[in-house]
Write a protein that binds this ligand. Sequence first.
Ligand SMILES: *[C@@H]1O[C@H](CO)[C@@H](O)[C@H](O)[C@H]1NC(C)=O
Ligand SMILES: *[C@@H]1O[C@H](CO)[C@@H](O)[C@H](O)[C@H]1NC(C)=O
Length: 139
Amino acid sequence: MVAISKRVYLNVVVLGSLALSSSAQSLADLNCLTEGRVFNCTNFINSFCTQSGQVPVLGQNTVSQCFVSEFNCNFYAWRGEVANTGAAGEFDQANCESVLQTITNVCPRGGSGRVVDGSFWFTVNPNDASCGNVTVVSS
Ligand SMILES: *[C@@H]1O[C@H](CO)[C@@H](O)[C@H](O)[C@H]1NC(C)=O
Ligand SMILES: *[C@@H]1O[C@H](CO)[C@@H](O)[C@H](O)[C@H]1NC(C)=O
């Protein structure tokens, strides 16, 4: 009994510190686009982060999705801070959500950013170019 409750306690501590460190992630390198369409792509952030967040991406590569709307919402996650020599890996979905949410809140024309020391850069760019047949593309 004692061993079990200790284990439960340790699990709670670990979860607590994970939650703390993830909520402590702050945004770095925020850049707003200065040209292009003004459009709010907030409603697609969750789909992008959930769906593209399951796609393993090599260093120096990008996963992207385009969502058809009044103006199309192009989303990109570039694994730019990692060399292209290692294994593929997915981005952190919570980081994706928080970076893109901040961008849509402060950048009317979209923009890009990452969390401090994050290996993925996230971009949202609303425009009127065709989405083509781009869905989930890792290249
Ligand atoms: C963008 O749309 C969302 C959802 O409709 C809304 O909550 C948010 O306030 C909007 N952001 C801006 C900057 O208008
Ligand atoms: C769709 O994607 C394929 C493969 O990338 C490409 O060859 C084709 O031209 C695209 N079609 C359209 C309509 O964009």
